[in-house]
Design a protein around this ligand. Structure first.
Ligand SMILES: [Zn+2]
Ligand SMILES: [Zn+2]
Length: 343
């Protein structure tokens, strides 16, 4: 029996245990991946704490932004081979047969398995992926920088797509953090005109650096929505809310042009009011968006591989995982943390 180092959740009220566990064996459709880097997502923290109604079952290994190299494959694997660079993702697998899978909405499959939640994830030196669903990472790109694309990148890319905006139209990105700074870059690469809103001037400067034409500081601007309406000549056509601040959602809805769509990818702890009167009279759409399909993932990775999108991240050793979670809880993380799984 050969073993690897992994960060294991043994109970929801204890720290992760960085320890030796058995290297898994791939099933018929699975590949064994030597993980080089793994991003750390807020969802991993929620998984480790058992915060959500459907909880993972300890012991388990979190992580759904792992990038590495295939070292073994199961008997029925055709899509990848040993030596290929692949990742894992939140959408680890789906059934392939339900009405959602049949219509290209595998992200809504009720039978889906989630990486680092229902299936062990990337916080270990090896992980299994379902070869039919794993993201494929092209040669020549930096694996550390690729890791944040696998959840943060694809999430904002899909969220922008479902605003149903066209090139040349305005998109508002609300919250310029780990998700939002990527959203600004994707939106610019997709030909949208970008407005950004945040409460931190340095985040807005980052948004401008990445190509936002209009920025509004919600902490100092008395009427953020009205200001956005003015600066975009009548409101934004779409908005992507990544912020979890209580005011972010109503501000984004208030900044919409008539007929506009706001898409939500952040998971705030509280409920927000929706002004039904305005929503009806102005024909507004509010929709949620969860990660992305395999096709969305391939597109999101392609923007990255062509140099259109570059995540801001810091590399840390896996042994730092408990400190990283503490910093995440305290809101002290800028951009993304990517763990070096060999350190
Ligand atoms: Zn995630
Ligand atoms: Zn399905």
């Amino acid at each position: 029996m050969s073993t690897m180092k992994a960060a294991v959740v043994r109970s929801f009220d204890a720290e992760l245990d960085v320890t030796d566990i058995e290297i898994p064996t791939p099933g018929p459709h699975e590949a064994l991946v030597e993980v080089r880097y793994s991003g750390v997502c807020h969802t991993d923290l929620h998984a480790a704490r058992g915060d959500w109604p459907v909880k993972p079952t300890p012991p388990f290994v979190p992580g759904h932004e792992g990038a590495g190299t295939v070292v073994a494959v199961g008997d029925l694997v055709t899509r990848v081979q040993v030596g290929d660079r692949v990742g894992n993702a939140w959408l680890w697998s789906a059934c392939g047969e339900c009405e959602y899978c049949e219509t290209g909405w595998e992200t809504l499959c009720p039978q889906q398995k989630n990486g680092g939640y229902a299936v062990d994830g990337s916080f270990g030196q090896y992980m299994l992926v379902d070869s039919r669903y794993c993201p494929i990472i092209p040669d020549g790109v930096d694996l550390a920088a690729a890791a944040p694309i696998l959840c943060a990148g694809v999430t904002v890319y899909k969220g922008l797509k479902v605003t149903d905006t066209q090139p040349g139209e305005w998109v508002l990105v609300s919250g310029i953090g780990g998700l939002g700074h990527l959203a600004v870059q994707y939106a610019v690469a997709m030909g949208r005109r970008v407005a950004a809103i945040d409460v931190d001037e340095s985040k807005l400067a980052l948004a401008r650096k990445h190509g936002a034409e209009v920025t509004v500081n919600a902490a100092t601007e008395p009427h953020p929505s009205g200001r956005l309406q003015e600066l975009t000549g009548g409101g934004v056509h779409g908005a992507l809310v990544t912020a979890v601040n209580a005011h972010a959602f109503p501000q984004a809805v208030g900044a919409l042009r008539r007929g506009g769509t706001v898409s939500l990818v952040g998971l705030p702890p509280d409920q927000f009011p929706l002004d039904i009167f305005t929503t009806v009279l102005f024909g507004l759409t509010v929709r949620g968006s969860i990660v992305g399909t395999r096709k969305d993932m391939a597109e999101a990775i392609d923007f990255f591989a062509r140099g259109k999108v570059s995540p801001t991240y810091t590399v840390r050793p896996m042994s730092d995982i408990n400190a990283i979670f503490t910093e995440m809880e305290e809101g002290h993380i800028d951009g993304r943390i990517v763990m070096d799984m060999t350190a």
